[in-house]
Design a protein around this ligand. Structure first.
Ligand SMILES: [Zn+2]
Length: 259
């Protein structure tokens, strides 16, 4: 019994330590400094704020219990909730949409999501198709499940002026004020989307993860379809992505994925 408890503690400690980064402000390149983005680490999910006319576009939220922490981080950067003009959900899972409704109530931001996310956002539940990548992950889940929040979240209301995507690729330069597009990148979930900027930076949600576990090699530890995941990586590469910012784990370069 002691050894199982000890293993749980070691594992959770390892993951927490790996995921905890300082919150950073990054510049894409000196000549594109206006495209600076802010990374906020709410504990389990990395959130990104990208400047847009009049405020910011936020990539993903986190578990609902992390909302207060998110507000503190915003305050630290002298940003008000009302300055968040858009919330882009890379997919519907509860660690990405957990406090989406809290934020929308306070900020009145427009939602950007894939059409396939809508049934889950309406019900506040996640897809049942999610499965472990391999048997190593299946065994690890035995240890971490007791520490994971229940897979439910406050349902997210969709309004008529929200931006609901259906196409494989959608230009959003008019929203950000600089060249960018959203690419449908399924595999982790049917509704997964990635935000790709013109200079190769891609905010990929969970279609890639950078965690030191079970030989993941940048694959998500939970997914619906592994071959779709790899296809989505190829799509991103073909569209010009060179630097990947996953929601879990640190960013990495194109040469670190074998496609
Ligand atoms: Zn996910």
């Amino acid at each position: 019994m002691f050894s199982i408890q000890f293993a749980k503690l070691i594992f959770v400690g390892l993951i927490t330590n790996y995921l905890t980064n300082n919150n950073r402000i990054c510049l894409f390149s000196p000549d594109m400094a206006y495209q600076s983005f802010i990374e906020l680490n709410t504990g389990t999910t990395r959130n990104f704020l990208l400047p847009c006319p009049g405020g910011y576009l936020l990539v993903d939220t986190s578990y609902s219990r992390n909302y207060k922490r998110f507000l503190k981080l915003l305050h630290k950067h002298n940003i008000s909730v009302q300055q968040i003009k858009y919330l882009l959900l890379t997919h519907h899972h509860h660690d990405h949409s957990g406090f989406a409704m809290h934020l929308r109530t306070q900020s009145n931001c427009k939602l950007i999501a894939h059409q396939k996310a809508l049934p889950y956002l309406a019900s506040g539940t996640i897809s049942a198709k999610l499965k472990p990548l391999n048997s190593c992950i299946r065994h690890l889940l035995f240890f971490i499940r007791p520490f994971m929040p229940r897979a439910v979240f406050m349902p997210v209301e969709v309004k008529p002026d929200d931006i609901i995507l259906q196409q494989p690729k959608t230009e959003i330069s008019d929203i950000l004020g600089y060249s960018a597009c959203i690419i449908h990148t399924p595999g982790h979930s049917d509704d997964s989307i990635s935000l790709l900027l013109d200079d190769g930076h891609a905010f990929v949600g969970d279609v890639m993860m950078n965690l030191p576990l079970c030989g993941l090699k940048k694959r998500p530890f939970l997914l619906e379809d592994e071959s779709q995941v790899i296809q989505s990586w190829k799509k991103l590469k073909d569209a010009g992505a060179t630097k990947f910012h996953p929601a879990h784990g640190k960013e990495f370069n194109l040469r670190q994925i074998g496609v």
